[in-house]
Design a protein around this ligand. Structure first.
Ligand SMILES: [Zn+2]
Length: 69
């Protein structure tokens, strides 16, 4: 009998990006999930969507366009 294991590993990584906030220059606590990433500034609490691109040098993190009210 073949038993299949469900390998549904949640790919969720949290990192701190120093001086990454576009509003105040503070550190952003970023959470990377499968297909998306979000960050919140530790100083001004701005919530931002992050865009992750794979480059030759590794991973590049940038701010996704955010609509302002
Ligand atoms: Zn900030």
């Amino acid at each position: 009998m073949n038993t299949e294991l469900q390998q549904e590993t949640p790919h969720e990584i949290e990192v701190e990006l120093p001086d990454a906030c576009v509003a105040c220059g503070g550190s952003i606590a970023a959470r990377f999930m499968t297909g998306s990433a979000r960050g919140v500034c530790l100083r001004c609490h701005l919530i931002t969507a992050l865009r992750v691109a794979r480059t030759d040098e590794g991973m590049q993190v940038g701010h996704a366009p955010v609509a302002l009210a």
